[in-house]
Design a protein around this ligand. Structure first.
Ligand code: URA
Ligand code: SF4
Length: 220
């Protein structure tokens, strides 16, 4: 029923126009409690579009994706995989922070978006794909994978390989936004590195770098 479509600017809009329009999106209820829309960031000509889940606490405050602890892990992993910062555009499946504040606590705890919320927000992602025209899309974690491949997606089974692009169909149903995409690589969410036990953290991080290495190889 409700989604972001009525808030999209015309198809000629570039990233600044999209970002401005997304700031006023009310396509699902998540805008109500969040501070601001966190739109994607990066180069219009980036060859890689990295898809996270949703902004976290820091991202919600600062208005930019992956500027918190998970973002630090991500930037280091990209560098270790040999992917330059100017080759990536970074965005999220859902552009508003979804959270709960447990009783008696101050800290806002991230809550996973529903498939319905991801679907409501998808028109923004399709518009980003149309403008950026990436060669490859990287799903960071299970939620991003589900946003692209459906609820059957399992990061443990599908990570670290070039998967066929699912063909999501853009606003006008032509799929024009997706023509140049050679495929999708899924990996863990960088926050999984932060959540890992001390004894396991290096191994988990190395797995993230190895998966991103597949992407680096594709870029040549
Ligand atoms: N986690 C995400 O999935 N996206 C962000 O932007 C930050 C943390
Ligand atoms: Fe719009 Fe997406 Fe925010 Fe929902 S989460 S209000 S669809 S930008």
């Amino acid at each position: 029923e409700h989604d972001a479509t009525p808030f999209l600017p015309g198809r000629r809009a570039r990233l600044p126009g999209l970002r401005k329009a997304a700031a006023g999106c009310r396509g699902c209820p998540l805008y109500r409690d969040a501070t601001q829309t966190v739109f994607g960031e990066g180069h219009t000509n980036a060859r890689v579009l990295l898809l996270g889940e949703q902004p976290g606490d820091q991202e919600d405050r600062q208005g930019k994706p992956f500027v918190g602890p998970a973002g630090r892990v991500l930037r280091r992993a990209l560098a270790d995989a040999g992917i330059e910062p100017d080759e990536v555009y970074v965005t999220n499946a859902v552009k508003h922070f979804k959270f709960t504040v447990p009783a008696g606590r101050k800290r806002r705890i991230h809550k996973a978006p529903t498939l319905r919320e991801m679907t409501a927000c998808r028109p923004w992602l399709m518009a980003e794909l149309r403008v950026v025209e990436p060669d490859v899309v990287v799903a960071l974690g299970g939620t991003a994978g589900k946003a692209l491949l459906g609820s059957g997606f399992r990061v443990t089974e599908q990570r670290g390989a070039l998967l066929p692009w699912p063909g999501l169909g853009d606003e006008d149903g032509t799929g024009g936004a997706e023509k140049g995409i050679s495929g999708l690589v899924a990996t863990i969410h960088p926050s999984a590195v932060l959540r890992a036990d001390d004894s396991d953290r290096t191994h988990v991080y190395d797995g993230l770098v190895a998966d991103l290495g597949i992407v680096a190889d594709l870029l040549g």
